[in-house]
Design a protein around this ligand. Structure first.
Ligand code: OAD
Length: 241
């Protein structure tokens, strides 16, 4: 993929994963010390786990929601927001992250395919609400007022991610696909690079390590996203000027 192409793109899709929030102090899932090192995802992040031990699942997500009060966006989040503001073409941001650091970094369009920590889903009426507070099975739904049905609005293993049709539309017409800070272990997100390739897009991966899908990228940039993303955004905007 020649550097000279950086100025020619019209439609960019950016996929982010836990690595983009690592420099804000949020643990990733699969790195050393990551969330899934101390917790079995099958005991936390499945509908079956929630049915078996809802208290454990509420506590896990309440603690993670609380943690959001003590962190902030980093230069990687802010660089993506800058690209969305200043790029002449389209920039579609899809994240697997359930934090709200892209929004706090200035992104106005963020597609949360795995749901959001600061949201609850009512299993009785289907309503989704924003909330920054802890909740559990005793918390009544603000819409239908029934207790016992609120769950974290997180897409668990075995569930269908949100917004797949919209994501597929953007992948099918993008000419540059950038993946940042994701291990490429979880589908369907891990397969997005191949959808972008099928659409004829160039592909760039930013990761501090190699990922499970690195070989599919035209270009790999290895290092921390807080440094590499601002640099890449500068290159793209500079090339288009
Ligand atoms: P992972 O924890 O699997 O991967 C994080 C990736 O970020 C790894 O490839 C790291 O090398 C990379 N990384 C870490 N720090 C970085 C940094 N500062 N700069 C650049 N890269 C860095 O997280 P995800 O791929 O996001 O799903 O995980 C995907 C899904 O698995 C999550 O959305 C979650 C999880 O189970 C659900 O909860 C449904």
């Amino acid at each position: 993929m020649p550097e000279s192409r950086l100025g020619q793109y019209q439609r960019i899709v950016i996929l982010t994963g836990a690595g983009v929030s690592a420099e804000s102090g949020i643990a990733t899932f699969r790195d050393a010390g990551g969330l899934w090192e101390n917790h079995d995802p099958m005991e936390i992040a499945t509908p079956e786990a929630f049915a078996r031990d809802p208290g454990l699942v509420y506590r896990f997500y309440n603690a993670r929601r609380e943690q959001l009060r003590n962190v902030d966006a980093n230069p990687g989040h802010r660089a993506i927001a800058r690209l969305q503001r200043e790029f002449a073409g389209e920039v579609f941001l899809v994240t697997q992250n359930v934090d709200d650091l892209h929004e706090r970094g200035g992104s106005e369009q963020v597609c949360h395919m795995h749901g959001e920590l600061r949201a609850a889903l009512c299993l009785h009426c289907g309503a989704r609400h924003r909330t920054e507070s802890s909740f559990d099975h005793a918390t009544p739904c603000p819409d239908c007022a029934v207790s016992g049905g609120l769950r974290p609005d997180i897409v668990w293993f075995g569930e269908m991610p949100y917004h797949m049709q919209e994501i597929d539309v953007h992948l099918a017409r993008c000419d540059l696909f950038i993946s940042v800070g994701t291990s490429g272990q979880v589908y369907p997100a891990a397969g997005f690079v191949r959808e972008a390739l099928a659409a004829g897009a160039d592909t760039i991966e930013i990761n501090k390590d190699t990922s499970g899908v690195s070989t599919w990228f035209h270009q790999q940039r290895q290092g921390p996203s807080g440094e590499l993303l601002p640099r890449l955004v500068e290159e793209i905007l500079g090339a288009g000027a």
